[in-house]
Write a protein of this length. Sequence first.
Length: 314
Amino acid sequence: MYAEAASAFHTVRDLLRFAVSRFNEAELTYGHGTSNAYDEAAYLILSTLKLPIQQLEPYLDARLLPSEVQDVVGRIQRRAEERVPVAYLTNEAWQGEFNFYVDERVIVPRSFIYELMGEPLAPWIEHPELVHRALDLCTGSGCLAIQLAHHYPDAEIDAVDISLDALEVASINIQNYGLEERIQLIHSDLVEGLEEPYDLIISNPPYVDAPSVEALPQEYLHEPELALGSGEDGLDATHVILQNAARLLTPGGVLLVEIGHNRDVLEAAYPSLAFMWMETQSGDGFVFLLTREDLVAAGMGDPMNDDDFADDDF
């Protein structure tokens, strides 16, 4: 069927219809940038042809070169038969207006945290220039570290990951945005070896619980398992972050962490912590915010350490 399509089709419209049919037939799982067969097909075709991804209509009846048709059909086949996420086929993922290089060394960027940087944090960070140092834990492709640099132009940023493969991908993106002087890549297991305090810490750590990892659709199995699962309840990494955050934050510093569907389990584990649950496009139960003072008040830090920070740190 795919060979026949490659020889018979001539237009974007032909390929779009064919892709939607194949994706529906395969009963694909979405969630790596689109939510349905039509949007997935449109993005895959436009990206492969290097066309603007928001402008399908002007190109629907454009006739394509045979080599272009072959390229698109080949990617349609891999998406339908191998269930490869479309971002790995195009080596591209978008968050808002930012686009990033991705491959199977990193998870496909989809963190809610990108929605929350800048103006949504104004109640806690009044002016962007107050962020002098920021930390992105579990940086993966470096997408959130790059957006930190955009929203907080005076900040020096540490981007940490345990995976050397992921850091190689992050390096590509940091170079693409010309941020080599502002973002430092660090190979570490979460907070191990980190000592200097930060005004803002963000993290999209692994948070899928063990039963959910076992039940993941095939699309997600193309992603690095190390970046998905985090113990039986999905919170192993988050526990480490919470236990160390107070010592890594300046007074008034902010911690922002994504934890997926684990809100109830997390709140039960830390009944004394005053979690602020942030509103995102998908609801208010996926990302929490804590200040250093929240952590210290709940016994998660040593208030005597406040003397370690001089007034001129701000």
